[in-house]
Write a protein that binds this ligand. Structure first.
Ligand code: BES
Ligand code: ZN
Length: 945
């Protein structure tokens, strides 16, 4: 017995450095041998035992002992894993995930560490499902536990998923290498064989071998380090709590850190490459505050002893919530007081708020399957607002929440949208679930729910949900039950998660005593795609209501309209305000038409107060004229959120063809009186969007008139701006946007000031720190001549601040010289001067430039295969590239061109939701111009007379 145990331990602990793994696969030629014989078992007459994408449920992993030894010189790694499994049905097979790994050895031992076979077990591969099957000649018996032992190896991945390589350059020009991981959603299988599905939660004990000049980090703290042999150290990490494979992480690097402790004793550290270490201070302060906040808000301790946050130089997305070791793009974690702007600060704060929220929403309680990833991402997005509001009130984060909802509306009002909860089986489908619908619609619907239930009930409900499903997985229904405090008998008897006073149902009385069925209500938001349009009409003392599905590409007069409307119905928690009182009125609308008594004496009604509801409102029969009048005469009778919401609503209705463009433009005529940043930017944003679209067409008169109109109309606002970093967050943000637009519209005073500042910057040899909120505008003006552009590229190459680099890169893409734009695209593709992680933003920024618009699209078409290879089909990047480069097309010819391209990549396009979204989007633009170009032209002529 002791001997067997030793054998297993030695198997697991043996040195991995020298052994070159060989692949055993279906092609292996040795014939099968019955159990008990000495020669290795073959695979030739075995066929892969499992045909489904999801793994069988009869083998449950309990504990992984994982050993990894990356070699940062040869850029490869070897490893071994011992997985304790619980067998729930008799079987000869263990099927699990593995992608791109060479498996060199497989063995299974029982609880007593006795080998089930003398031979190395055969391993079959099914690459199309990213699975391997290990055959055990002896049956694994139901109810028993075993250890599966595998040795493996692979190259470090070249992309951004799995166990991948990253590099950075020191100021002395030396290139250093590190290895990091990104597993979500389905890439843990690229680093070690595992049961790579979110509901196979297990404990992980990780060990990492490294050279002494590096450190290694993983989810848990190191408990022991010892020398394995000369020049090789092994870090042993503490065993983790039960968690999903996608949350496992490790990094081997030579970074430095700063550290502090939260009030409950959690050790928080921020890691960055040595020379960027001075930029880690702000993140440390934020992370400590946030952890303290979440522990209090969720009333659940953060369960690990430490939380490391690390800035990885090559990182495809924004950040990743690995439990205890969150990883970030450098711009998402580092804050440089000299070069980071107020928007950069806000971004860093929100990203940390997001990833730390996941430590509860996602890590502690995980969705059962990827179809409900919104339970992770929608919550984390929403918690960004709750946590930043509480910890950094000066950042005024609530001013941004409307935009989260607006981007959800933008997506959800196209027919290509999807329900929040949608089927996703293969990795490409799963990756695409990380989209605006899961994040922004998810957050916005939660916002609506929180208002419906009240803050207090919402908070208590989610705490109940988190407690009840800790270390487990949850479905939507579990959330609704927790929020409504619906008790199962078992819960009730145990007294653990249920309380007798049902606050939630009491709250339903706020909605005029209407019966509340939370599940029925929420199903209409989660299982049904789209967003409702509530049309309101005044009729005597009544407000008549009608709900339809809001679509921006189809008009009621179109043939398709009725088909697209069929079967859609929402339970809408309506709110409204009138001039007759200061109360917010509530009404739950569950039928296609409805009416509310509001009385005769009311002069105006504003529906969807502060946009706490996820629906668009149309005021029929002169209702919009009333709103325009109200804004002109007394705009502060409405909150800034209501004013912003009205502007957004109006232009959404214009795009959908329910409201004339003139009416929308008249509505924002009050903006000269507006002093609040949010509605001002909303109105300016629409005018800018029209300008940018017309700029890409040859409508010279409209371009010039619209530019002139904007500059004239907002003259006072522009003149109020200073070229500094002074003022409140809102003021700084307004300044940054307004000056950037003014210079883009070639406003002479703006250009003059920008040129002046750029000259100073050049004269200082790039050492002068310009005000951070306007520096991108200064740089983009400076980038217009050769010398300026080249100097900026030089500074880009040398700078140690990613915040500065991203501003320079933006400025470089503003050049009017197409050769320069082309060069940027090529540099992005090459991935040296401009990192591959920034290629998609370079493409998008070039596409935003009227001179680069076609260039970017042609570049995408030409390099499509390379782009897909770099970023993977379902990724954020590919989606952004497709939607971003086509987003400004607005002619039928361009629509046809996009269609042709998608036909040429049919096989891939058919798997991409983004292809349909891009087409819907162009279609919407085509219609917008067909319907509105003449109106815009005439309206401008009238204004400029
Ligand atoms: N869980 C995601 C990371 C992720 C992104 C995994 C895409 C798989 C696919 C993480 O929490 C996240 O949402 N990151 C965002 C940034 C965040 C602030 C919204 C991202 O990477 O863009
Ligand atoms: Zn997230």
């Amino acid at each position: 017995m002791v001997l067997v145990r030793l054998l297993v331990l030695s198997l697991f602990h043996m040195s991995l450095g020298g052994s070159q793994p060989t692949q055993s696969s279906q092609q292996a030629s040795s014939p099968p041998h019955p159990a008990g014989q000495q020669s290795p078992l073959g695979t030739s007459n075995l066929s892969f035992p499992w045909s489904r994408l999801r793994l069988p449920r009869y083998i449950i992993p309990l504990h992984y002992h994982l050993l990894l030894h990356p070699n940062l010189t040869s850029l490869s790694f070897t490893g071994s894993v011992q997985i304790q499994i619980d067998v729930q049905n008799n079987t000869n097979w263990v099927v699990l995930h593995s992608k791109g790994l060479q498996i060199s050895k497989a063995a299974i031992v029982d609880q007593n560490f006795a080998h089930l076979s003398d031979q190395v077990l055969p391993v079959l591969h099914n690459p199309s499902h990213e699975q391997i099957g290990i055959f055990s000649p002896r049956v694994l018996s139901s109810g028993q536990k075993y250890f599966l032992y595998l040795e493996f190896g692979a190259e470090l991945s070249e992309g951004f998923y799995g166990f991948y390589k990253s590099t950075y350059r020191t100021s002395t020009g030396e290139t250093r290498t590190l290895a990091s991981t990104h597993f979500e959603p389905t890439s843990a299988r690229m680093a070690f064989p595992c049961f790579d599905e979110p509901n196979f939660k297990a404990n992980f004990s990780v060990r990492i071998r490294r050279s002494p000049e590096y450190i290694s980090l993983s989810n848990m703290p190191v408990v022991k380090t010892f020398e394995v042999n000369a020049g090789v150290l092994e870090d042993q990490f503490d065993a983790s709590v039960k968690m999903s494979t996608y949350l496992v992480a490790f990094v081997i690097c030579d970074f430095k850190y700063v550290t502090a402790t939260t009030s409950s004793g959690v050790q928080v550290s921020i890691y960055a490459s040595p020379e960027k270490w001075p930029q880690t201070r702000y993140a440390l302060e934020v992370a400590v505050k946030m952890l303290d906040f979440y522990e209090e808000y969720f009333n659940i301790h953060y369960p690990l002893p430490k939380q490391d946050l690390i800035a990885i130089p090559d990182f495809e997305s924004g950040a990743m919530e690995n439990w205890g070791l969150t990883t970030y793009r450098e711009t998402s974690l580092l804050f440089d007081p000299l070069t980071s702007s107020i928007s950069d600060k806000l971004w860093v704060t929100m990203v940390i708020g997001h990833e730390l929220a996941h430590q509860w929403f996602g890590n502690l309680v995980t969705m059962e399957w990827w179809n409900d990833i919104w339970l992770n991402e929608g919550f984390a997005r929403y918690m960004e607002y709750i946590s930043v509001e509480a910890t950094y009130p000066d950042l005024k984060v609530e001013e941004y929440l409307l935009h989260t909802c607006f981007s959800a509306v933008g997506h959800d009002s196209l027919n290509s949208s999807r329900p929040i909860s949608s089927p996703a089986e293969n990795p490409t489908q799963i990756k695409q679930m990380f989209d605006t619908v899961s994040y922004d619609k998810g957050a916005c619907v939660l916002h609506m729910l929180r208002h419906f239930l009240t803050d207090d009930v919402f908070q208590r409900g989610i705490v109940r949900y988190l407690r009840k499903y800790s270390y487990r997985n949850a479905h939507n229904q579990d959330l609704w039950d927790s929020l409504a405090n619906t008790c199962s008998e078992e819960d009730f008897i145990s007294g653990k998660h249920c309380y007798s006073s049902s606050q939630a149902s009491k709250n339903a009385y706020l909605f005029a005593g209407e019966h509340m069925d939370l599940t029925a209500m929420m199903n209409t938001w989660i299982l049904q795609k789209g967003i409702p349009l509530v049309t309101v009409t005044r009729k005597g003392p009544h407000l008549l209501l009608r709900q339809d599905r809001f679509l921006r590409t189809v008009l009621p007069s179109d043939r398709l309209w009725s088909t697209l409307q069929q079967g859609f119905l929402w339970h809408i928690p309506l709110t409204y305000k009138t001039d007759a009182s200061s109360t917010i009125h509530r009404h739950l609308m569950t039928t296609p038409t409805d009416s509310i008594h509001i009385g005769e004496e009311v002069s105006w009604v504003k529906v969807n107060t502060d946009m706490t509801g996820y629906y668009v409102v149309h005021y029929e029969d002169g209702g919009w004229d009333e709103m325009t009048k109200l804004l002109r005469e007394n705009h502060t009778a409405l909150s800034y959120k209501d004013r912003t919401h009205l502007i957004h609503n109006a232009f959404q209705l214009v795009t959908a063809g329910h409201l004339l463009l003139d009416k929308g433009l008249d509505l924002i005529g009050y903006l000269q009186l507006e002093t609040h940043t949010v509605p001002l930017l909303e109105g300016i944003g629409y005018l800018e969007a029209f300008y940018r679209m017309t700029e890409k067409r040859n409508e010279l008169d409209v371009i010039s008139n619209l530019g002139m109109y904007i500059l004239r109309f907002f003259r006072a606002v522009i003149d109020r701006q200073t070229w500094s970093d002074r003022g409140s967050v809102s003021e700084r943000r307004l300044r940054s946007e307004v000056l950037s637009l003014a210079c883009h519209l070639k406003d002479p005073p703006c250009l003059e000031q920008a040129r002046e500042s750029f000259k100073d910057w050049l004269q200082s040899n790039g050492t002068l720190n310009l005000p951070t909120d306007v520096v991108d505008t200064v740089f983009s003006v400076g980038a217009q001549d050769d010398h300026g552009w080249v100097s900026l590229l030089h500074t880009y190459n040398m700078s140690l601040s990613e915040a500065q680099k991203s501003k320079i890169l933006f400025a470089l893409t503003c050049s009017r010289d197409t050769n320069k734009l082309h060069r940027l695209l090529e540099l992005g593709l090459e991935g040296k001067v401009i990192r591959s992680q920034d290629l998609s933003s370079v493409i998008l920024m070039v596409a935003r430039n009227p001179r680069g618009h076609r260039l970017a699209w042609n570049f995408v078409k030409k390099n499509w295969d390379t782009l897909v290879q770099k970023f993977q089909l379902g990724s954020f990047c590919i989606r952004n590239i497709l939607i971003g480069t086509t987003g400004q097309f607005s002619s039928p010819e361009e629509l046809t061109e996009v269609q042709h391209f998608f036909e040429s990549i049919k096989e891939q396009a058919s798997q991409l939701r983004a292809a349909q979204v891009a087409l819907d989007n162009v279609q919407k633009n085509v219609r917008w111009f067909q319907r509105n170009l003449e109106s815009l032209r005439n309206w401008l002529n009238k204004q400029l007379q």
